[in-house]
Design a protein. Structure first.
Length: 123
């Protein structure tokens, strides 16, 4: 599997990642780091506790990583939650809506990490 094939399989934008990273070698290095980053665990703990600060920190981190790596859908979903739980912001979602959105983000992150691990196994 090539890096571009990975991006197609995880619904990412290789072109956006290339614009940000400037080199395929950097994209490859950083996409592999996402799989071992612990962001999935961080998000799961935040969702479990429904701690606004922890949710903000985890979703904000996912938003940034996703944007830099061209993982547009991941970044957009994380951004919505980061904005919702940003310190000082007024909440727009009920707790159950937020929990549903957190579960959807966790599922998307999980499938992204799974795709990256399949890619890594073929290297």
């Amino acid at each position: 599997m090539t890096l571009q094939e990975l991006y197609r399989s995880i619904d990412g934008s290789y072109d956006q990642a290339l614009r940000v990273m400037k080199a395929e070698k950097l994209i490859g290095r950083h996409i592999l780091k996402l799989a071992g980053s612990g962001l999935s665990d961080m998000l799961a703990q935040a969702a479990s506790s429904m701690d606004p600060s922890a949710i903000f920190e985890s979703t904000h981190a996912i938003k940034g990583v996703g944007a830099n790596l061209g993982l547009v859908r991941l970044s957009e979903q994380a951004s919505e939650l980061a904005d919702e739980f940003r310190p000082g912001a007024s909440r727009q979602f009920s707790d159950s809506e937020a929990a549903e959105k957190l579960a959807a983000l966790s599922e998307l992150l999980g499938s992204t990490v799974e795709g990256i691990r399949r890619y890594e196994a073929e290297l």
